[in-house]
Design a protein around this ligand. Sequence first.
Ligand code: GLC
Length: 522
Amino acid sequence: MDRRWWEGATLYQLYVRSWKDSDDDGYGDLRGIIGQLDYLEWLGIDGIWLSPTMPSPDKDWGYDVSDYLSVHPDLGSLDDLGALISGAGERGMRVLLDLVPNHTSTEHPWFIESIASRQNGKRDYYVWADAAPGGGPPNNWVDFTGAPAWQWDAGTGQYYLHNFLVEQADLNWWNPAVHNEFDRILRFWFDRGVAGFRIDVAHGLYKDALLRDNPPADGAGPLAGRFGLRAQYNENRPEVHGLYRDWRKVADGYDPPRLLLGETWVPDLASLASFYGQDDELQLAFNFPMVFAAFEADDLASVVGRTLDALPAGGCPVWTASNHDVDRFPSRWCGGDQAKIKLALLVLATLPGTLVLYYGDEIGMTDVVVPPELSRDALGGTSARPSRDRARTPMQWDDSPTAGFTSPGVAGWLPVGDPAGCNVAAQRNDPASVLTFCRELIMLRREQAGPADSRYERLAAPAGVWRYTAGAVEVAANFTGQPAALQEPPHGSVLLSTAECGQADPAVLAPWEGLIFSRTPR
Ligand code: GLC
């Protein structure tokens, strides 16, 4: 087995509750995935990342874990997960789980012990602090709803920290016992053939030992901080790197090495690069500056250029544009326009590194506005933080009222969007569809992709056009609504175009057209 199978690979984030329901309870599940493995293989996927699968009271849909060593009964069993891992393996695909080490559910047995008394052996598993000298929370940190990140416990007379919901208590990573627990958890899953983890809130595990106040945010936007405060002391602490060096040793002790893919929600590319260490920490780290880049040539090219400059030698970049926390890129970047959706897929898939698709990206699924009475996201849905439900609605398999996600007449946990045209069945045999195009891109990627560090170079191009070479291909992408003529015609032949009938002359791009050329001269 290839030691670095993820380099140049295509991963697929699968939000389990929304993908395929096998038992008609309205929730997607592991058996549902097993039944659709042929689809993922057909699409050309190398690995799937499953959103949380562990038991949880679901205040934050699995991101509030109450047992790290089992499977949520809504989703299946350990045996089902084993069957999924082996079924995927038979088709050449790996399975990654979502690991949530920043916090547990307050229903986790560790927390139940921790809150029982100050003397309890598990007290220091969590971040407890006295009230401020004048009373009130220990500092100015806020949680993801904008409320104080501290919850008072009258029973023991202290506050506990929750960077997310009150029901998600932050673990205390200064405590070596917490390290030991997670060492066991990593090995438990790796021993069962799990190929790696997406690590939730990977940048956030350590908190400032002095619990200092956060400073005001420098700017606005999703990467600047929370509710006007820069997350300097409740996240982004340097001590987390030592932990990832330890975890990397564990991951590298397996054959093939297990993959650590961080949710590294950091605003700048130098911080992002730091999570790769000297190729001795995480092997992959999500690039949020790319997610939030404007959909235009210069901004995207700037993030890509700066990312590649920042990463250490051998560091493999990750390109993604949608996930379960942000609006889907076909809406956010493309306003549902099919030409733009194909263009976005084309650039993401031709950059050197790992591509992570979010379920539905391959058919150009857009956000679905979920009415407040059907909302399921407790962390969103306020004016400060829009509901994330819109990007979590059921996968659209066909054009039936349940979109093929569940059986006719069963109400899904979230409403389905309008599947007309935007569904797997309709697109699978349509040569002009987003799905056909996406699959062709993945196939081309498999044939042409060089190693992760295959050289990328931006080439001169007219305003609004992003032209570059990457590995064995050259790309010209027109981010304008006007035709654009390339000053210097490409050397190689056209391998793939986003346009159904582009310009007759490949040196002239149609509006929003993207072209991939071979770098081998014709
Ligand atoms: C991560 C997850 C998000 C969750 C949060 C708290 O950002 O992606 O869905 O709400 O962590 O676990």
